[in-house]
Design a protein around this ligand. Structure first.
Ligand code: SF4
Length: 690
């Protein structure tokens, strides 16, 4: 019932990296009405179906409301004492690298900062990695190779100012719907040409002037061909390091591997070369590959050679999956980064962070990346594991193996807002966390815009904020002074002050204007872009031709395309994995809304008619899909949206929401050698009627 409606609270959507502003109006009875914030620059009032259903997913259903130890309710003091004691004992007996945190791009920046500080400055290990490893680690690595820093050059408005937007490995219509709406509106009003490069004819193709259904995994071939064409047209205007080598490799690349007809390929090359303003948007289809970093650099090469970067309507654009993948990068939530984009391998950077934190035991080397971290859990090198705000028993590649590894670990702590997930089942200690709507903090979206999430609902039961839970454990491990904050605003102020240290060392991430932020200022903080330096306030990077490398020049990388191996006889199909429009990740929240489940109600397999006929499968039959690592039972959807031999299945369903439909159980734990990002986009599988 409506009681005492309160004023709308400005906050941010917790789902994708678009980072839409939301007006949340509590109804006074535990519910929320949700609308798009017309003043937020990311969405200007727009919302997609996931964001607009947020009000249907708040409430107590399924919530974890009290700490639990071995399945029984416990008090906070008992649970926190136990966690601190077991981690301290493990570190004392086996060293700092015997423990690990696995965290999340769903965490707010303040939570992320505190976890990173505890592990890297006080425990003295860098064994903190994040589910963002599964999402954009290859973009980070590609940016660092090309720019000398993990910097996203452009802004969302570039998509609206471009003459041509190329979407590669991105189903923007379903995965970043508000950016798609902005692009569709620009196309309507100014005739932007849109190219979709994707083996599958996705919903995004609805606005495509050209769809290139390239062979899976051949993206680097395509962008090498483009670079060679750029050169032939005399469009190379810049002199980045590595130009000659990259051009030589590009010229030697043959087009056959793309599987594209000559005319379509030539149309793409002509369009790209003939458009002064081009933005190339890329996402998981590029990143989630065993050569993802090379694919990223093949894209960046084309923009660097032509100077189509850092100016309005130009640039490569990595759109991040999660709401705070970017904030996680800023605090150093990846095991191979320090804080504020500083480098863990750089002793000057390490010393600067150590001095700032007055850290007793700084991590001296990169820690384990996600896949290796769970291998170390499996073989007993990691003996105490804390999983925060994520569901690796579903989302990691070789998910069955990862679930077994977690189940076999000596001591597992899981912080989550939900009581029953595939991962919480495996924990010794469960810590109830506040969720979206119940906590305060900041997130950074794909264009580097930092926005507040604001609390509009009371914390249910005994749930506490993640930053506070982590700080309470740190205090019990003996570091009360360094983890003594009263509010997330104070954590943000410390993070901002540290970014000033990074800025003084030449780093790109500097928001130290906010180092002195007061509580009221934090409460009223407006969305803002970094950098905050006067020279480029809130603008694009690299328009001046200066990069963050030692020479100041950009680096082009010579990319020899690595193509998928021919399918082994026993596993003849190459399964393409992805998302659906109305669900988010492992459905712990979107699964609560019946409306969101109406769009696509159950796990499914898109299968080409020729494959279906050969396998004796008809529409709506059940199929068993198996790989060497696991199997799933899926409803068959016969469609020519997919190519023969390349079926598609979505990643969302779990053992809690369906039976035997975890797609990441099929995916091999193969990673990109540079970024450590798993090749979650595809798996060799066999299919038969169930
Ligand atoms: Fe939320 Fe992304 Fe939809 Fe915006 S586009 S409402 S951030 S899910």
């Amino acid at each position: 019932t409506m009681q005492n409606p309160r004023p709308a609270i400005r906050t941010t959507c917790p789902y994708c990296g678009v980072g839409c502003g939301i007006l949340a109006t509590p109804d006074g009875a535990g519910g929320l009405a949700v609308a798009g914030d017309p003043d937020h620059p990311a969405n200007l009032g727009r919302l997609c179906v996931k964001g607009s259903a947020l009000g249907e997913t708040v409430g107590l259903k399924g919530r974890l409301l009290a700490p639990q130890i071995d399945g029984r309710d416990a008090g906070w003091d008992e649970a926190l004492d136990l966690v601190a004691r077991r981690f301290s004992d493990c570190i004392a007996s086996h060293g700092p690298d015997s423990v690990a945190f696995y965290v999340s791009g769903q965490l707010l920046t303040e939570d992320y900062y505190v976890a990173n500080k505890l592990m890297k400055g006080f425990i003295g290990s860098a064994n903190i990695d994040t589910n963002s490893r599964l999402c954009m680690a290859s973009s980070v690595a590609g940016h660092r190779r090309a720019f000398g820093s993990d910097t996203v050059p452009g802004l969302y408005e570039d998509l609206e100012q471009a003459d041509c937007v190329v979407l590669v490995g991105s189903n923007l219509a379903w995965c970043h719907p508000v950016l798609y709406q902005r692009l569709a509106a620009a196309r309507e009003s100014r005739g932007t040409k849109v190219v979709v490069v994707d083996p599958r004819r996705t919903a995004t193709c609805d606005i495509a002037d050209l769809h290139l259904p390239l062979a899976p995994g051949s993206d680097a071939v395509l962008f090498n061909l483009l670079l060679a064409e750029i050169d032939r047209h005399g469009l190379v205007t810049e002199r980045p390091d590595g130009l000659a080598e990259a051009l030589a490799t590009a010229r030697a690349t043959l087009p056959q591997a793309t599987g594209l007809p000559h005319s379509a390929l030539q149309q793409f090359l002509d369009l790209w070369c003939g458009s002064g303003r081009v933005v190339t948007v890329y996402s998981q289809g590029i990143n989630q590959s065993d050569s993802g970093t090379d694919k990223v650099n093949a894209i960046l090469n084309c923009h660097l050679a032509t100077g189509r970067i850092g100016r309005p309507g130009t640039g490569p654009f990595s759109v991040t999956g999660q709401p705070n993948a970017m904030g996680g990068r800023e605090v150093g939530g990846l095991s191979n980064m320090l804080a504020c984009h500083l480098e863990i391998e750089n002793p000057v950077h390490r010393d600067a962070v150590r001095d700032f934190w007055q850290a007793p035991r700084m991590a001296a080397k990169p820690g384990l990346k996600a896949v290796d971290m769970f291998r170390a859990v499996e073989d007993g090198r990691i003996k105490a594991l804390w999983i925060i705000c994520t569901n690796p028993a579903v989302s990691m590649p070789e998910a069955d193996r990862v679930a077994r590894a977690i189940a076999g670990c000596d001591f597992v702590v899981v912080s989550d807002m939900m009581a029953r997930t595939d991962t919480t089942r495996l924990a010794h200690v469960l810590l109830p966390a506040t969720g979206w709507g119940e906590k305060d903090g900041t997130v950074t979206n794909s264009e580097r815009r930092i926005s507040r999430q604001r609390r509009s609902l009371a914390a249910p039961g005994q749930a506490r904020d993640d930053w506070r839970i982590i700080a309470d454990v740190a205090a019990r491990m003996g570091w009360a002074d360094a983890f003594d904050w009263d509010s997330p605003g104070q954590v943000f102020a410390e993070h901002a002050a540290l970014s000033g240290v990074a800025g003084a060392l030449g780093g790109d991430f500097d928001i130290s204007d906010h180092a002195g932020i007061t509580g009221p200022q934090y409460d009223s903080l407006q969305p803002f872009l970094w950098p905050q330096s006067p020279r480029r306030k809130g603008g694009r990077f690299f328009g001046d031709g200066r990069f963050h490398t030692a020479s100041g020049r950009a680096r082009m990388v010579s990319v020899t395309p690595r193509l998928p191996q021919p399918a082994p006889g026993a596993w003849p199909f190459l399964l393409n994995t992805g998302r659906v429009r109305d669900h988010w990740h492992t459905m712990t929240r979107t699964g609560l809304s019946p409306r969101l489940s109406r769009h696509l109600a159950e796990p499914f397999l898109e299968l080409h008619p020729a494959d279906a006929a050969r396998l004796g499968l008809r529409h709506a039959d059940l199929a068993q899909v198996a790989s060497p690592h696991g199997s799933a039972i899926l409803r068959v959807l016969v469609t020519d949206r997919v190519a023969p031999g390349h079926p598609f299945a979505p990643i969302h369903w779990t053992n809690e929401t369906a039976s035997r439909a975890r797609i990441d159980a099929l995916v091999p734990g193969v990673v990109d050698p540079v970024s450590g990002q798993p090749a979650s986009k595809s798996a060799n599988v066999a299919i038969r009627p169930f």
